[in-house]
Design a binder for this molecule. Structure first.
Ligand code: XMP
Length: 512
């Protein structure tokens, strides 16, 4: 194990993830974890993360000093190197200039951390304090314009310190530096794969849950699907999944989910058909924010009612959630206690606290692509693991204006055609999102010799990396033509198909 002591850096999870990328097991520990615990866990190396504090702050987070006596290599990053400086007898000062962003690192002395790397590197910095005098036993390895001691080393004790962040993409050869520490300095070997993650997580879930029962809200999205499959592998029929059909799902979605989970995975799946309640509450509502609110609140209400019922009647004590790391919101909090900063993001809005469930969140440490790999390994089909993002409010925000059953049905048919053609063209998995939008305006068309006053469907096809920005996808004319022909021919009441050619910004991906 490589231990990452967390001093509250926004990058702590990224460090852990980079080590997993080396196929080595890493675990994040609270910064105060006693050295004895690390020893008992068989830790082979320790990374001190960065953090928002200054070592000068009266409440600066401090580790157990005995970690430096464990005889294992230590790598201090940013705040971590200042801690080493301060605790091991060097000097740290407030820097005149904050160092932020890319800087040039000049390597002047051999160090196993930089083995095989060029002598000049662009590295990502983000710090205010800096080391001004080395602790006994240390030597300077590299410098930046602003700092004599941008990288330091005590070769005898195998203590390394770096001011910059090797874990972020902007740092050149950052991954090589991490590999050098993990393999070269700590002597680890590659033995942590997705299969190992599954094996250990299954054991953890069993240990946590015992003979208890777990309730999980299954949405059909990647995260809750993978969480369900993982929980099911661990505890089988002790897992109860609830799927709320809001009536705002895509064509055949509920049936597909039932087929997949009840038949293929043999999961205890309870489908709650709440479509009539949703449609009733959405009647006459046209404002997008209002729609979102109604859909969100109704979902919580229905899930909560079902959960309450199951909790008492079937004695379920745990709530499983597909929370993944990006959902875990970090905010700057009181007292500078990094551990207290992390708040859980609840997909089902505050339910756990109110209902006194204990939480099981097996994906909490993972990033999206890691979740997908776990899903694949568990045998979930490609359509689930690699599906495009689908908004929580579903088709409710893709029927512009008032939501009615006939409009939803038109949209569902059009959307199914687009999906089918995207799959057939081999493009569905290549672009970020491809979907249809129902517009509440009619236009004049002609069928045979008849005037046809009918609906309009817009195609939204976008490329994106993270949904923060997006561009419209330039798909082959033949595909667009086919989709348009099929929609106007096969979907009753649609006579016109238009293509959305707006980027984000200034538009957004969804229309509402
Ligand atoms: P926008 O429309 O803001 O969408 O460019 C960015 C990404 O988020 C998805 N989206 C949502 N996802 N609940 C969700 O879970 C929502 O209310 C929601 N609204 C938008 C959208 O599909 C796109 O991927």
């Amino acid at each position: 194990t490589i231990a990452v002591l967390d001093f509250g850096s926004q990058y702590t999870q990224v460090i852990a993830r980079r080590i997993r990328e080396c196929q080595v097991y890493s675990k994040i520990y609270h910064f105060e974890t006693p050295a004895q615990v690390l020893r008992d866990d068989g830790v082979a190396g320790i990374i001190l993360s960065g953090g928002p504090s200054s070592v000068f702050a009266s409440n600066a987070p401090m580790p157990d000093r005995a970690i430096f006596d464990l005889g294992v290599p230590v790598l201090g990053i940013c705040y971590g190197v200042q801690l080493m400086g301060k605790l091991l007898g060097g000097k740290v000062a407030k820097s005149q200039r904050r160092e932020y962003g890319l800087g040039s690192l000049g390597i002047r002395k051999k160090s196993p951390l930089f083995a095989g790397l060029p002598r000049k590197l662009n590295v990502w910095n983000s710090h205010g304090d800096k080391l001004t005098a080395l602790p006994p036993g240390f030597a300077a390895v590299a410098r930046t314009e602003n700092s004599e001691f941008a990288a330091i080393l005590d070769a005898r004790r195998r203590f390394h310190g770096i001011q910059f962040h090797p874990e972020v993409y902007h740092t050149e050869h950052g991954m090589d530096i991490i590999r050098n520490f993990v393999f070269g300095v700590c002597g680890m070997s590659e033995n942590w794969t997705t299969a190992d993650f599954i094996k250990h997580t299954v054991a953890d879930i069993r240990a946590q849950v015992g003979k208890g029962r777990v309730l999980l809200a299954l949405s059909g999205g990647v995260d809750s699907s993978v969480a369900a499959a993982l929980l099911h592998k661990a505890i089988g029929r002790q897992l109860v999944c609830v799927y709320v059909d809001t009536g705002l799902m895509r064509k055949d979605e509920t049936a597909n989910i039932e087929k997949l989970y009840a038949k293929h995975f043999k999961i205890d799946l309870r489908v709650v058909d709440a479509s009539s309640i949703f449609l009733r509450r959405l009647k006459g509502v046209t404002d997008p924010e209002q729609k979102r609110k109604i859909i969100g609140n109704t979902f919580i209400e229905i899930f909560e009612k079902k959960a309450r019922e199951l909790k008492t009647r079937e004695h379920i004590e745990f709530l499983g959630q597909g929370t993944i790391y990006p959902d875990v919101i970090e905010s700057v909090a009181i007292g500078n206690n990094p551990a207290a900063l992390i708040k859980s993001h609840h997909n089902v809005g505050g339910l756990p606290e109110r209902m006194k469930f204990k939480l099981v969140e097996p994906l909490r440490q993972l990033f999206k692509d890691e979740v997908r790999r776990v899903g694949e390994k568990l045998g979930l089909p490609r359509e689930v693991v690699w599906r495009q993002p689908f908004p929580g409010p579903g088709l409710g925000i893709r029927v512009i204006g008032e939501i009615t059953k006939p409009r939803l049905d038109v949209l569902r048919e059009a959307d199914a055609i687009l999906l089918e053609e995207m799959m057939a063209a081999g493009l569905y998995y290549k672009i970020w999102q491809s979907f249809c939008v129902y517009l509440p305006v009619k236009s004049v068309g002609v069928i045979g010799d008849e005037r046809n006053y009918a609906d309009i469907i817009a195609l939204r096809l976008v490329e994106s990396i993270d949904a923060m920005t997006a561009d419209w996808a330039d798909l082959p004319r033949e595909l667009l033509q086919k989709v348009s022909n099929r929609i106007t021919n096969e979907v009753r009441g649609v006579s016109r198909v238009v293509l959305d050619i707006s980027s984000k910004p200034p538009a957004t991906i969804e229309w509402e």
